[in-house]
Design a binder for this molecule. Structure first.
Ligand SMILES: CC(=O)SCCNC(=O)CCNC(=O)[C@H](O)C(C)(C)COP(=O)(O)OP(=O)(O)OC[C@H]1O[C@@H](n2cnc3c(N)ncnc32)[C@H](O)[C@@H]1OP(=O)(O)O
Ligand SMILES: CC(C)C(=O)C(=O)O
Length: 518
């Protein structure tokens, strides 16, 4: 491999699986392994074969089926049984790797392993040699390498390479290093270990302080050429470095890193969804690269920028990571540009006056609803278009208040704006209140009194435009008024308001005929 090509070692099926609640059965592991091959990872760490017969079976089957598409790796402690199990499983396929590890930091040596430094070196060397008898491709990890004394780390790494390790992995097992510190340790190994050129240096960073990806990238800058990572960053505790973030950082900032991978980035989002589904650990909306919000824009200024040139607010193209496209989410922070663009996409070409009115209704709706969907916007537009035909209706609602319940008389208090008949004329406000059989009936009675036209309600149909508790309700009314049948439509998250708007639209039509009978 050329010196600028980074080996992607995916450990979703091993370290990722160690994340609480993320364990996978053999079928699930096979599905993920196939997706990882399609994605183009170089090495799949498929499991820890000695851990259970099920894991042995999964690693063996993955090696059999996919060992010709990626190197399949099995993890082993420095114990003969572990190494033999890992070798037995991975050698079922064409390209197998055994990954042996042994902790080297003082705290792990003294409290967990209860071994001296001499014993550690001896056991590491013997284990690498045992693995080497079975496979050519052996990786060695000094667990908790970052917290290991530097001289001792150099010694273990050198001896592991002499024993046959072709990859030396430098784990920041507890996610303690900062990017600069991780850079320094990799650089130090490159400069101080005499035989380091005979092995690939690998990174394995945990995310306890949220620095796993930054540390991994720092490791690459210092000379590492393999990265261990997982889809969606799943793994022990806070997780591992996220594969999708590393790959897209290298690609997007190739000007800075000058490194490449063999990953087909268009598969990143599908693999992320697969792993999220199989593990039941969904991807947070704001997750970099693969989260639902990664290419979604909700604020008007950003939406306006995106419509003018996507490069204003996106540094990657959504299609390049497998998203259909940018999502301009309509809501209370949206501006005119985004709403107009969406209406055009939906096939509407409102004139300025119609758009101004629909935009006002949109903002009013967006204040009550988390997200305004296409169907909501279409309903606002349709309600407007099914109006009197003139751009501005003579009567519009300024405010509406109703009271109703199991006791007392339902009442409605309404304020209507009466638009001037001619340009430059005076706008008038009318107020009235009425009672009725229910709050909607009370609204209708108040509307009739203010406008001075009576209607006989023949039909009242209410339906929900979208789903959810805050869905927009649409009311269609048919009433006989001014000697004719009239239709009216109103939409609102409040069904009483939607009914009043529908009734008012029908009365506006009757009023237009009254004023202009011809
Ligand atoms: C940083 C990492 O991610 S390391 C990988 C972590 N992954 C796992 O643990 C995989 C799931 N684990 C398992 O299924 C089990 O723990 C097994 C099968 C590996 C071992 O199970 P058990 O034999 O019951 O041992 P247990 O888990 O209780 O303790 C671990 C033992 O391994 C020893 N050990 C830990 N790491 C190593 C190592 N790299 N090499 C040799 N021995 C080790 C511990 O000192 C301890 O030994 P002890 O029992 O003599 O005190
Ligand atoms: C086994 C090693 C590589 C590991 O997972 C760690 O140190 O975090």
């Amino acid at each position: 491999m050329s010196d600028d090509r980074v080996t992607i070692f995916d450990t979703t099926l091993r370290d990722g699986e160690q994340s609480p609640g993320c364990s996978m059965n053999t079928d699930e592991k096979l599905r993920v392994a196939e997706a990882l091959c399609d994605l183009g990872v170089d090495v799949i760490e498929a499991g820890f074969p000695v851990a259970s017969p099920g894991d042995f079976d999964a690693v063996s089957k993955i090696a059999e089926r996919f060992g010709d598409r990626a190197t399949i790796c099995g993890l082993a402690r420095c114990r003969d049984g572990d190494i033999d199990a890992a070798a037995d499983a991975v050698t079922r396929g064409e390209r197998g790797r055994v990954h042996v590890f042994l902790a080297t930091s003082a705290i792990h040596r003294e409290h967990k392993l209860r071994m001296s430094t001499e014993q550690i070196v001896e056991r590491a060397v013997a284990s690498v040699q045992r693995a080497k008898e079975r496979v050519e491709d052996v990786e060695f990890s000094p667990e908790d390498a970052y917290r290991t004394e530097r001289d001792f780390l150099c010694e273990v790494v050198e001896k592991a390479i002499d024993a046959g390790a072709t990859t030396v992995n430098i784990p920041d097992t507890v996610g303690y290093a900062t990017p600069q510190q991780y850079f320094d340790v990799i650089k130090m190994l490159k400069e101080s270990v005499p035989n380091i050129d005979r092995a690939v240096i690998s990174t394995h960073c945990h995310d306890d302080l949220g620095m796993a990806v930054a540390n991994t990238l720092a490791g690459l800058e210092a000379g590492a050429r393999q990265v261990e990572c997982t889809i969606n960053g799943i793994g022990e505790r806070a997780g591992n470095a996220a594969l999708e973030e590393i790959v897209m950082a290298l690609r997007t900032r190739s000007d800075h890193y000058g490194l490449t991978t063999g990953i087909n980035t268009r598969k990143l989002s599908p693999v992320s969804r697969l792993v999220g589904g199989v593990t039941g650990q969904g991807v947070p909306r704001n997750k970099a690269v693969v989260g639902r919000n990664a290419f979604a824009h909700a604020s008007g200024i950003h939406q306006d920028g995106m419509l003018k040139n996507p490069a204003t607010y996106e540094i990657m193209r959504p299609e390049d990571v497998g998203f259909v496209g940018t999502d301009l989410v309509l809501g209370k922070h949206s501006g005119r540009a985004a709403v107009k663009a969406r209406l055009t996409e939906l096939g509407y070409t409102p004139d300025d006056a119609t758009f101004a009115e629909v935009f006002d209704r949109f903002i009013d709706l967006a204040d009550r609803k988390k997200e305004v969907f296409d169907a909501d916007l279409a309903a606002l537009m349709d309600a407007k278009l099914s109006g009197s035909g003139s751009n501005r209706e003579r009567w519009t609602i300024k405010s509406l208040h109703t009271s109703s319940g199991t006791t007392g008389v339902p009442t409605a208090t309404l304020e209507l704006i009466e638009a001037p008949a001619e340009e430059g004329g005076e706008t008038k406000i009318h107020r009235d209140a009425a009672i009725g059989d229910g709050p909607i009936d009370a609204c209708f009675n108040a509307l009739e009194r203010i406008i001075g036209i009576e209607g006989r309600l023949d039909d009242f149909v209410v339906k929900s435009v979208t789903r959810g508790k805050d869905a927009l309700g649409q009311v269609d009314v048919r009433l006989y008024a001014g000697g004719r049948d009239r239709h009216g439509r109103g939409v609102s998250t409040d069904i009483i308001e939607a009914g009043a708007r529908a009734f008012l639209q029908a009365l506006n039509r009757a009023d237009a005929d009254r004023r202009d009978p011809g």
